[in-house]
Design a protein around this ligand. Structure first.
Ligand code: EPU
Length: 428
């Protein structure tokens, strides 16, 4: 069992370079299936979710070659299978993007029910609604989803709620459908725009990504492309909060400041100094922070994926702060862990009330999911004493070299690997 051992109290200082966006990468890899050709994908984050999708592409028959740690050459012309193996697909959420891309190219896809972080109910009814509108049918067979079609035809789809996954899956399925598809009430996250840009580079005709309405003129075929993925705004936001919470001073590099406006504005609201440049942001922490209220919302609102790490800063802000979670039913599990570290947080459904405390104290805690894990790492970095964080595999699903990057900023963090039987003895 791998754990992080973190001794808190050191302000993080220096520069950090942000990697490619996880939630764009995990959609762009399945999108390469549309090409029947070779794609070169650059700025890919080397994280376990990406490595799992590479295994899925290989299982489908694609040839995948790593040209460098961040560049992949993917030849999808050799794909001869439309089923993502169960043992791979159930490990992560984004495996469901193979539904849209395989359906589009082969008229059929078999993909396991998606796994991923446990954030409460995560239905995929809106994905299926879009596939059906495009003239496909689906069957749920135990743990597999099967979608198929004789011929995809364009449709007008109005989504019941704003969904990142359903917007991307509908784009993947519609790019080669006959006619003009209109998608309304779509997600507008930067990775939606990135996926649309990649698809357009492959020959698709998609307009309006980044607004509420996306229009897709179906094309006959797609081709290979070279593409570089946008920087990860959630990784960037995480380091911005780490700088503020540790009262440090970090230049966060290789970012698009426009994607970070929600977090920049909240950090300024609590008192941190934030300076924006063309492709970097400089954050200087201060001694005391003011309280604030946050409601997470689809982009351009405050991103749910940064809510846990921002919660850590609110633990040490003066007075009472409130976070209302607007996307997921269950994204406050990290609060129980922070309370073990001396925080004062009360959770009632989708609302968490933070009473500021002077400081956090080290404790053994568990990363219950990816962003909860990032929050606990941040908390441990500012806590008095040495904390032990378990279940860190969740963190490594989404953050490239997090231990190395924090150490380079002066943080006292190391990863240890305890054999499972010793970990068990320690637990009793
Ligand atoms: N929803 C439905 N039906 C659907 C689809 C979504 O009811 O068919 C609901 C969800 O239950 C949720 C809301 O709509 O309440 C929004 O879900 P969305 O589909 O936007 O989320 P997702 O595509 O499953 C992606 C990210 C998440 C991020 C959310 C929101 C990926 C792989 N995951 O999830 O990222 O929290 O968008 O921005 O892109 C993370 O990186 O830690 C993470 C969880």
């Amino acid at each position: 069992m791998e754990k992080y051992i973190i001794t808190g109290g050191k302000p993080l200082k220096g520069e950090v370079t942000i990697s490619g966006a996880k939630n764009a990468a995990v959609a762009i890899l399945p999108a390469t299936v549309l090409a029947n050709d070779v794609c070169i994908i650059e700025n890919l984050p080397d994280i376990s979710d990406v490595r799992m999708e590479i295994d899925m592409l290989k299982a489908l028959g694609a040839r995948v070659e790593r040209l460098s740690p961040t560049v992949l050459k993917i030849d999808t012309s050799t794909i001869d299978c439309t089923e993502v193996p169960l043992e791979l697909g159930i490990k992560m959420r984004a495996s469901y993007y193979f539904l849209g891309s395989l359906l589009s190219r082969f008229g059929e896809a078999n993909v396991p029910m998606p796994g991923g972080c446990n954030l409460g109910a995560r239905p995929i009814d809106q994905h299926l609604k879009a596939f059906m509108a495009l003239n496909a049918t689906y069957e749920l067979d135990y743990s597999m989803i099967n979608v198929s079609t004789e011929h995809l035809t364009a449709a007008h789809v109005f989504f019941d709620m704003v969904s990142v996954g359903a917007t991307i899956n509908a784009m993947l399925a519609a790019v080669m459908a006959d006619g003009t598809t209109i998608l309304e009430n779509v997600a507008k996250e930067p990775h939606i725009v990135d996926v649309a840009n990649f698809l357009n580079t492959m020959g698709a005709d998609i307009r309006g990504a980044g607004t509420d309405v996306i229009k897709i003129n179906g094309v006959k075929r797609m081709h290979g492309a070279n593409y570089s993925i946008i920087p990860d705004q959630i990784e960037a936001g995480t380091f911005m909060v780490m700088a503020a919470a540790s009262r440090g001073d970090i230049l966060v590099k290789n970012i698009i400041p426009k994607h970070l406006e929600a977090i920049t504005s909240k950090l300024r609201a609590v008192g941190a100094e934030v300076y924006e440049f063309d492709d970097s942001i400089h954050i200087i922490g201060v001694d005391r922070y003011e309280s604030t209220n946050i409601k997470t919302m689809p982009h351009p609102g405050f991103p749910t994926d940064l809510q846990p790490v921002m919660g850590v800063l609110l633990c040490i802000a003066d007075g009472t702060s409130i976070i209302t979670e607007g996307i997921w039913d269950s994204r406050f599990k990290y609060c129980d862990e922070l309370n073990k570290m001396g925080a004062s947080i009360q959770v009632e459904g989708r609302v968490a009330v933070f009473e500021g405390v002077e400081k956090l104290k080290a404790a053994p805690v568990k990363a219950t999911d990816l962003r909860a894990g990032a929050a606990l790492v941040t908390a441990a970095l500012i806590a008095e004493g040495t904390s032990e964080i378990s279940e860190v595999q969740h963190v490594e699903r989404g953050y490239v070299d997090i231990v190395k990057k924090i150490r380079a900023l002066g943080g006292d963090i190391r990863k240890i690997d305890i054999p499972d039987d010793e970990a068990l003895k320690k637990a009793y």
